[in-house]
Write a protein that binds this ligand. Structure first.
Ligand code: NDP
Length: 265
């Protein structure tokens, strides 16, 4: 498996050459309705990536009192704006706004996050992991995948995507019994951990020797970022945190924007 940092840097270079050679004028708008420190830092990273590859990025930051109708009007405006290639609405949204209603209203022709259920775009994190595996010639067919966590942004779309690649997919969650979890882990070729708990996956479990683990978790402990996995799991590959799935997710946003652009022409 390639080092993720180097892989992402190379892919970004390819994307920027493609944009330059084809003289593409692409624009991504990020709508933020919170002042959440984690969101601020993700958005900063996204804007930096866009700038690096030659895509215009614009942040529309709205106060947290913004009403659902006001946000919907903005979404509808962006849906119709021909100067905008695609846009994302940064989650989480304030409690008084129904995320599902917003997601349903993002046009599938602009939905870079793949939030709309009708969208052909795969959500960024699952797409980033699968694209990396494909670029590393990983053979998905008939292998056992274990997805730990069933959120709408990671676990569920991850499982759906792996299933479409002909893997045998098991999804576990907070109601899964520990013995069952150990059983599934022992038999898994590919494990995706998206729980949000440091040291959730440790060497106390028994792994297949050639198992591959992607650690999606981002947890902040005393100002440091850690994933959901103990370091140095006894597996053949484990993605690092930081510098792992987070980078693949950011790369995926650029790839998804290009796909939205291609679908629109
Ligand atoms: P959610 O909190 O929405 O989901 C967590 C999932 O973990 C739930 O399905 C929950 O089960 C499950 N879970 C909790 N406890 C256990 C347990 N003991 N055993 C098995 N499953 C359990 O989180 P997200 O999916 O949004 O994110 C997960 C982590 O990934 C977070 O740390 C987040 O910050 C990070 N993240 C990282 C990204 C990146 O780019 N690297 C992108 C997105 C997220 P249940 O449904 O039963 O409650």
């Amino acid at each position: 498996m390639q080092e993720i940092k180097e892989y992402v840097a190379k892919k970004k270079l390819t994307i920027s050459h493609f944009i330059l050679e084809n003289k593409l004028k692409l624009k991504l708008v990020i709508v933020q309705v919170n002042d959440d420190p984690a969101s601020n830092s993700y958005i900063k990273g996204k804007l930096k990536d866009l700038n690096e590859v030659g895509i215009e990025g614009e942040l529309i930051k709205l106060p947290s009192e913004t009403t659902q109708n006001e946000l919907l009007s903005l979404v509808n405006k962006l849906n119709k704006d021909n100067s905008v290639t695609g846009f994302i609405v940064q989650m989480p949204l304030p409690n008084h706004i129904d995320e599902n209603i917003i997601k349903e209203n993002i046009s599938i022709t602009k939905d870079v996050d793949g939030f709309n259920l009708l969208s052909k775009i795969n959500p960024a994190t699952p797409n980033g992991i699968v694209t990396f595996l494909k670029d590393n010639q990983y053979d998905f067919t008939s292998k056992n995948a274990l997805v730990i966590g069933r959120s709408n942004i990671v676990g569920k779309p991850m499982a759906k995507l792996l299933l479409s690649l002909n893997m045998n997919v098991t999804v576990v969650h907070s109601f899964t019994k520990k013995d069952d979890l150990s059983y599934y882990i022992k038999n898994a070729d590919l494990i995706i951990v998206a729980v949000g708990k440091p040291n959730f996956l440790t060497n106390e479990f028994i792994f297949k020797k050639d198992a591959i683990v992607f650690d999606v978790g981002i947890n902040r402990i005393d100002g440091h970022l850690v994933g959901d996995c103990e370091k140095n799991l006894k597996v053949s590959y484990q993605s690092p945190v930081p510098g792992g799935v987070g980078l693949l997710t950011r790369l995926s946003l650029l790839l998804n924007l290009l796909e939205v652009y291609r679908n629109g022409i």
